[in-house]
Write a new protein. Structure first.
Length: 567
């Protein structure tokens, strides 16, 4: 097997192709990979005959040219070259990080050689020919399999991109909700606050028109009137009354909002010709007050206002994501109007979104369930002990907590079969595991407000002696937040049961940390942790963690941290 230079395949791709080449060789035929750089990236020969490298390069180039000229091809197409000596070829595509389009990286080729004919330059053991797989369709299927495997990797790259985009979108929504709540000032006029809510919402959800309607006393009569809005939307008294009646029916029927469009089915209700699709959510109050709209809705509250938008831009219709966001904004507006809504509920929604993300990562491996929560808690514990000496700002404690919570986010880009493997990892598998800090940092870098969290995610596997990863940093090159998270991560890993070993006792873990001071762990950070009441920490985590987690004191860790992040 020859691995040649000047190719654009990464180490993991070469590893997969090498394995495939050895399998192909076992059937007495040769395997090669042509790189888009114009050379063979790999040539695996089975010792039965020699392949013509120049000819394989030409076939690889032709396969790519044909692929480019037939851009509408969907499934991997196996092409055949040669008259006497058959060569099968398939174009390989994959996804590059931060690239939304599949990219051709080369051509995989199987040289059947003497299996199609025996020439003077191709020695073949004819007596053992029956031991060689001679079915051409078999090798076609094999090539199709390797092409499909690269296609799966392409989809995995797309998934990472989607996760990054989704996290950025959720973050924008969190910023919006926080902005609404932080602008709840008693001296602020209703119209200013509600207009700010409309304008901010339409920066995320693009619509032709949006309005907030509130119940007002107009000439001695109670009616819904527009209090704020933007775009093309016209709601008169009759339309407002109709909206109130219809949304009451929808909410009492178990829906979260009034949604209507003609995308999949005809409109449920009659609307003006200008309306293509519509969403309306209620602004609710627990108190009836002086309202003449006395219908109590399903949860026992009263509708005191409406938020309505028409004609979604960029999508065919409003969807469930829009419903949740509109309801959140409407709830925020209702809080402002009542001046009673608890800000704490919204902040818990923020941290809940982050915890949902980290929980989905922990769920990849039952043995690491709750790991992210515990590392965040331990990291804050260490930072608080350090603050007793260095007077860290509260903001720094919050950043440490969030970095601990998100430290393993990059594992979303690692194959579950590798994460869950019970036996010893191969070198290639270990190299894949070592990519998760970089993947996690790459995801979070998409959100500029998280730039101070990234060093903790990127550097939590660095070691003082330089033997860590991904960058082999030493000593003071490692940021403080990375040192803290690394120690917290190691302590939780030591004291947790894994597929390949039982959990250590606290005493054993502390001994191991002591041994690692100055090599794996920072001497000062490690001493501060060892001198703290680790057994109290352990008792909190193991005996009362669930109760503490539900308590307001523990919840404030996350909500306060998110509040710091998006202020």
């Amino acid at each position: 097997m020859q691995q040649l230079e000047n190719n654009n395949l990464d180490s993991s791709q070469l590893y997969e192709l090498e394995k495939f080449g050895r399998i192909i060789n076992s059937y007495g035929v040769n395997f090669a990979v042509y790189s888009v750089g114009g050379e063979l990236a790999m040539l695996c020969e089975a010792d039965r005959f020699k392949s013509d490298a120049k000819q394989l390069i030409e076939y690889g180039r032709q396969a790519i040219e044909k692929k480019k000229s037939n851009s509408n091809e969907i499934n991997p197409v196996i092409r055949k070259f040669g008259e006497n000596n058959l060569v099968l070829a398939v174009v390989l595509e994959t996804m590059r990080i931060n690239n939304n389009q599949p990219e051709i990286i080369g051509t995989a080729l199987i040289d059947l050689g003497c299996m199609s004919s025996v020439g003077p330059e191709k020695s073949c053991d004819i007596e053992n020919a029956d031991n060689i797989k001679t079915d051409e369709n078999f090798f076609i299927d094999m090539l199709r399999l390797i092409a499909e495997k690269f296609d799966v990797q392409t989809k995995a790259g797309e998934q990472i991109e989607k996760v990054s985009t989704e996290l950025a979108r959720v973050y924008e929504e969190l910023v919006l909700l926080h902005k609404i709540n932080t602008n709840m000032k008693v001296t602020e006029a209703d119209s200013n606050f509600l207009q700010m809510a409309c304008d901010s919402l339409t920066e995320i959800v693009f619509v032709e028109g949006i309005a907030i309607l509130l119940e007002k006393n107009v000439n001695g009569e109670h009616q819904f009137v527009i209090a704020a809005g933007s775009g093309l939307i016209d709601i008169d008294e009759h339309t407002a009354d109709t909206l109130y009646s219809r949304i009451s029916d929808e909410i009492n029927g178990g829906k979260e909002a009034l949604l209507d469009s003609e995308v999949d089915t005809p409109f449920k209700y009659d609307w003006p010709d200008s309306v293509k699709n519509i969403i309306a959510v209620p602004l609710c109050s627990k108190e009836k007050g002086e309202s003449s709209f006395s219908n109590r809705i399903q949860d026992g509250s009263y509708i005191m206002g409406l938020m309505v938008a028409i004609n979604r831009i960029g999508k065919q219709d409003f969807d469930s994501t829009d419903v949740k966001l509109f309801n959140s904004v409407a709830s925020g507006c209702a809080v402002f109007i009542e001046n009673r809504r608890l800000f704490k509920d919204i902040k818990e929604l923020f941290i809940g979104s982050l915890k949902a993300l980290t929980s989905s990562i922990d769920a990849k491996d039952n043995y690491t369930h709750g790991h992210s929560d515990r590392v965040a808690f331990i990291s804050r514990w260490i930072a608080e002990r350090l603050s007793e000496q260095d007077q860290l700002e509260e903001e720094q404690l919050h950043k440490v907590y969030l970095a601990g919570l998100l430290h393993d986010i990059g594992k979303i880009g690692i194959d579950e079969t590798v994460l869950r493997k019970t036996g010893k990892l191969t070198e290639q598998e270990y190299q894949r595991i070592k990519m998760h800090p970089s993947i996690g940092a790459g995801i979070l870098l998409e959100i500029k407000q998280m730039k101070d969290i990234v060093p903790g995610v990127l550097c939590h596997h660095e070691r003082i002696d330089g033997r860590g990863y991904p960058n082999g940093l030493t000593g003071e090159q490692i940021p403080l937040i990375g040192k803290i998270i690394g120690l917290a991560d190691s302590f939780d890993a030591m004291t947790s049961k894994r597929t390949y070993r039982d959990a250590m006792s606290v005493e054993q873990a502390l001994i191991e940390i002591e041994k690692g001071l100055g090599t794996q762990f920072d001497e000062r950070i490690g001493r501060i942790f060892l001198s703290s009441n680790v057994y109290q920490l352990w008792e909190i985590m193991r005996d009362g963690f669930s109760e503490i987690y539900r308590s307001s004191a523990f919840a404030e860790y996350g909500t306060a941290a998110v509040g710091m992040l998006i202020k």
